[in-house]
Design a protein around this ligand. Structure first.
Ligand code: DLL
Length: 433
């Protein structure tokens, strides 16, 4: 089923026509209303009238998190504050949070996009949606909440944390759809085992997961443990929150970007030159319809590629490949680029290893060291030392083979690695401390 048949299945040519007219309007809007954008455009000598075709977007300067910080908190808003009905903020691991704002219309747009997302994932009116994304300044909880209500489903606004209570409520209320980060979904699966609740006895059929990178193997693990279909959804606060792109239950392969609202580009992560369709690079988004806080060519730092081929679900909007990592998550270990999600992909494919791990990077003298701490299954941990040794060797060999970097492996007892209740923390980089 498709929530908005008209816009989600527009012929490609019509999408482009719509995008161009919306792009022209939004550029005019920021140029007229936001001194900071006007100054940046004037600096490179671009006027709104120069945007005559979609590819002219390349003339415009990028926007980065730094620009948002410089204008903290409300400096890039294009409406007076009495029209802003909501703000959210992303905590950010370093520096000031970035603040985003919404008008009434923006909130309606967002609820439409999240209704599209949930429908694509397989949720319907009549579903009981257990929303374990965090409520508060984070966009996940409330973003998904309004979408689920718009869909007509019953929302359980449980937010994150207190896992035992989550399971009890899921069981008692008959929740059918789980919304959470993928790492928290695993945490919930473990808690079910601890409580003696069989996931098969629950009514859950779908999980809608995002807000952090997760590997294909992690998807298989979650699907198996929770006995559900796991769908990947993508978004970021600066663009709207969740609701930028979503996988469809039909293909589970690539996330459809809602292109009538967002214009995606892929650029080379160092030269920032636009890359051809299919090439992998940094995702850049321009919002086409947002009122309070439009963003032009926002550099997400997320790596992906765009696929334009038709999808079995009938949606015509372009698909972005599952995001495997961010440029600022990328670890450079003895010159080799390593993403935590690649390590995860390797670990989760090995029998006897649990999907709970921590990557510790340090430096001895001038040499980087990589240690992978990972939990092993109960039956292996209590077994012979020899079996543990074999497992450690296998992990080291697979990491070396697939990622090209050597590491030490520390197998730890089940349940010793800190569990996530939202976005997981998987890396300790002592070189930076
Ligand atoms: O995490 C919005 C969101 C909430 C998306 C709930 C999906 C579900 P931020 O806190 O601003 O917003 O973080 C955005 O999270 O740039 C990516 O690096 C990462 N991210 C989000 N979704 C995915 C995903 C929300 N499906 C940042 N796969 C983004 C990989 C993701 N990374």
């Amino acid at each position: 089923m498709i929530w908005n048949e008209e816009y989600e299945t527009l012929p490609r040519e019509e999408i482009r026509v719509l995008q161009l007219s919306r792009l022209q309007a939004i550029i005019e809007r920021v140029y007229t209303l936001v001194p900071y954008y006007r100054a940046k455009m004037d600096e490179v000598g671009v006027k709104p009238s120069h945007i005559k075709a979609l590819q002219n977007i390349r003339l415009l300067p990028f926007t980065t998190k730094e620009d948002l910080r410089k204008n903290y908190p409300f400096g890039l808003f294009t409406v007076p504050m009495d029209q802003v009905v909501r703000v959210h903020a992303s905590s950010g691991t370093t520096g000031q949070p970035t603040v985003v704002g919404y008008t009434k219309r923006d909130i309606r747009t967002w609820a439409e996009l999240m209704a599209r997302t949930l429908t694509a994932a397989g949720a319907r009116k009549g579903d009981i949606i257990h929303n374990a994304y965090g409520y508060g300044l984070f966009t996940g909880g409330l973003g998904a909440h309004y979408g689920a209500e718009n869909l007509g489903a019953t929302v359980v606004p449980i937010s994150g944390g207190n896992s035992k209570r989550q399971i009890t409520i899921m069981r008692d209320f008959g929740s059918t759809v789980l919304l959470s980060t993928p790492s928290y979904a695993l945490n919930l699966a473990d808690t079910m085992v601890e409580m003696g609740v069989d996931p098969k006895s629950l009514a859950l059929h779908t999980g809608v997961f995002g807000a952090e990178p997760w590997s294909e193997n992690m998807r298989l693990e979650i699907q198996k443990k929770l006995n559900i279909k796991a769908i990947d959804i993508y978004g970021l606060s600066e663009i709207i929150g969740p609701g930028v792109a979503s996988e469809c239950a039909a293909a589970q392969s690539g996330l459809h970007i809602f292109e009538d609202h967002f214009l995606p580009e892929i650029v080379h992560p160092e030269t920032f030159e636009p890359l051809a369709p299919g090439e992998k690079g940094e995702l850049v988004f321009t919002t086409l319809t947002k009122e309070a806080f439009p963003v032009i060519r926002y550099r997400t730092k997320d790596f992906s590629r765009l696929r334009y081929e038709p999808c079995v679900c009938g949606r015509t909007c372009v698909r972005m490949e599952k995001v495997t990592g961010r440029s600022d998550d990328m670890l450079i270990i003895r010159g080799v680029n390593v993403f935590p999600s690649q390590v995860e992909h390797v670990l989760v494919s090995i029998e006897g290893v649990e999907p709970h791990y921590m990557i510790v990077v340090d430096r001895e003298g001038t040499l980087d060291t990589l240690e992978i701490q990972v939990e092993v299954s109960e039956h292996i941990f209590s077994d012979e030392v020899k079996q543990l040794e074999t497992l450690g060797k296998k992990i080291r060999a697979d990491i070396k083979d697939l990622l090209g970097v050597s590491c030490t492996v520390k197998l730890v007892e089940p349940k010793t690695i800190k569990r996530s209740e939202g976005k997981a923390q998987r890396v300790i980089d002592k070189r930076k401390i």
